[in-house]
Design a protein. Sequence first.
Length: 120
Amino acid sequence: VAQVCTRVIVMYGGLIMEEGTVEDIFERPRHPYTKGLLRSIPKVSTGTRERLATIEGTPPNLLHPPEGCPFMERCPFAMDKCRQMPPVVTTDPGHRSLCWLVHEEEEQRLERLERGLSNE
C-alpha cells in the first residue's frame, strides 16, 4: 500500500476509522484499530520467525451492527462513551480518526496549546 498510494482509508465495520496520507497512517496512526493492523504486518527484514500480533475478538455482525463504535468490543482502550458514535477528529490537515480516545487526546493537546499561548 505504502508504495502505490498517497492516501489511505482504514475501514472497520463498514465505517472509516482513520484517513490520511500514507505517512500519517504508517508513521503516526491514531486509531487503535489502525495501530493493531500495523503491528500485525510481518517483519521480513529481521530474518527471524516471530509470531504475528493479532487483534483479539471477532468483527461485529454487520447485519446487526453494534451501537457506537464498531471496534469497541475489540479495543483495549474502550470506555463507556464508546457506546455512542464517536466524533470524526481532525488531528492534522487531511488526517482524520473516528475515535473517542483520539478526540480526548486532541482536546488535551489543544488545551495545552491554549494555556501555553495565554502564558506568553
